[in-house]
Write a protein that binds this ligand. Structure first.
Ligand code: KG4
Ligand code: ZN
Length: 329
C-alpha cells in the first residue's frame, strides 16, 4: 500500500493506492470556498489550512481504505511544482510519517501525477500513450513511452488553459474557481454566437491562450455591461468552445505526427470540462478520460506516480526540500 499526500495548491489531499493501481481511498478537502472571497488562491491561507486539515485528511484516507499505518509500505508526496508554503506542509508531514516508521519516501512531481492519473482505477491506460495535461498552472501535450517518464511535445507559451477558464469566468462575473462555473453556464449558451480566436502558434504543438482572454475582454467592453450580462451564456459558450477547439486541434495534430501511438489520455483540472471530454471521445483512438476526481488535484495520482518513481530510503529523505518550480521535462 502506498499512502499519497498532495498539498501543492488549495486542496488538502490524501489517498491510499495499491501497487496494482487500484485506488483504496482518495480524499480531497477543498479549500475553494475559503479563497472564493479573494477571487483566487491566497498562498498563506492555503498553507495554514493544509496545516489544520492534513492530519485529519490522512486519517480519513486510511480509514476509508480500511487500513492502518501498519499496512503502509511507502509514503508518496508532491514535491513540486506549486505554492512553496503549501508544498512544505505536505513534504514535512510525509517525511515525519515515513521517518517515524522508517518507511521509504517517494518525492513525486505533481505534473507526473496528472500524466499517470489515467493509469489508475478500473480502466487503466497502457503505455505508450499521448497525454494532454491542462490544469490551472500548466498545459502541455506529452508522449508517454513508459509511465516512469514523459516527453513534452508542446506546451502553452503564456496562460494555462485553466487560467484562461478562470480569467474568462472572472470577466463574466462568475467568481472563483471559474472553470466549473463557466462549464455550467456554457450549457445554456450558443457556442457560435461570438467568434473568438483559436490561436495555434508556430509549426509545433504549442498553445497560447492570452489572446483569447483579451478578445473576451474587448468583446465584453464593446457590448457594455447590460448586454454582456444578458448574453453571458452565449459569451461563455463561445469562449469555452474556442479553448476546447484549440486543445483538440493540437491533440489531433499530435496524433497525426505520432502514428505509432493510438491511445490518448487527458488529465488536469480542465480535463473535467464537459465539452472537452465529449470532444476527445470523438477523436478516434482509444481515449481514456479519467473520472473528475482523478482530473482535478488529488493524492491518488501522486501515490499512483510513486509506483513509477524511485523511492528514497530513511534517512536520506530527511534533507528533501519542496520545489516551487517545475522540473525541466
Ligand atoms: O489540476 P487542477 O485541479 O489544479 C492545478 O494543478 O492547477 O486544475 C485546476 C484548474 C482551474 O483552473 C479550474 O478552473 C479548472 O482546472 N477546471 C475546469 C473545470 N474544472 C476545473 N476548467 C474547465 N471546466 C471544468 N469543468
Ligand atoms: Zn494539478
Amino acid at each position: 500500500m502506498i499512502l499519497g499526500v498532495e498539498t501543492s495548491c488549495d486542496d488538502t489531499c490524501a489517498a491510499v493506492v495499491a501497487r496494482d493501481g487500484s485506488i483504496r481511498s482518495n480524499v480531497v478537502a477543498s479549500q475553494g470556498l475559503l479563497h472564493a472571497r479573494y477571487g483566487g488562491v491566497v498562498p498563506e491561507i492555503a498553507s495554514r489550512h493544509h496545516l489544520e486539515l492534513l492530519d485529519a485528511v490522512i486519517d480519513d484516507a486510511l480509514e476509508r481504505a480500511e487500513v492502518t499505518l501498519d499496512d503502509v509500505e511507502q509514503v508518496a508526496v508532491t514535491r513540486g511544482p506549486g505554492l512553496i508554503g503549501a508544498l512544505l506542509v505536505g513534504v514535512s508531514t510525509a517525511k515525519a510519517m515515513a521517518a517515524a516508521r522508517r518507511l521509504p519516501l517517494v518525492p513525486v512531481d505533481h505534473l507526473h501525477g496528472h500524466v499517470v492519473a489515467s493509469t489508475l482505477g478500473d480502466d487503466p491506460i497502457e503505455a505508450p500513450f499521448l497525454c494532454l495535461v491542462a490544469s490551472g498552472g500548466h498545459t502541455f501535450l506529452a508522449r508517454v513511452e513508459e509511465p516512469s517518464a514523459y516527453t513534452v511535445l508542446g506546451r502553452t507559451l503564456d496562460d494555462a488553459a485553466g487560467e484562461a477558464f478562470d480569467k474568462g469566468a472572472r470577466l463574466l462575473g462568475l467568481g472563483y474557481p471559474g472553470g466549473p462555473a463557466l462549464d455550467r453556464l456554457a450549457r445554456e449558451g450558443d457556442p457560435v454566437a461570438f467568434d473568438f480566436p483559436r490561436s495555434l502558434p508556430g509549426q509545433g504543438l504549442d498553445f497560447s491562450f492570452s489572446g483569447l482572454k483579451t478578445a473576451l475582454l474587448y468583446r465584453v467592453r464593446d457590448l457594455g455591461a447590460d448586454e454582456s450580462e444578458r448574453r453571458k451564456a452565449d459569451l461563455a459558450a463561445s469562449y469555452q468552445r474556442a479553448i476546447v477547439d484549440a486543445l483538440v486541434a493540437r491533440i489531433r495534430q499530435a496524433l497525426d505526427r505520432q502514428p505509432d501511438i493510438d491511445r490518448l489520455a487527458i488529465g488536469g483540472g480542465v480535463a473535467a470540462n464537459s465539452w472537452l471530454r465529449e470532444a476527445v471521445r470523438a477523436l478516434g483512438p482509444e481515449v481514456h478520460v479519467p473520472g473528475h476526481e482523478l482530473c482535478t488535484d488529488n493524492a491518488a495520482m501522486i501515490a499512483g506516480a510513486a509506483r513509477f518513481t524511485p523511492a528514497l530510503d530513511y534517512p536520506d529523505y530527511l534533507a528533501l526540500d519542496a520545489t516551487a518550480r517545475a522540473a525541466a521535462a
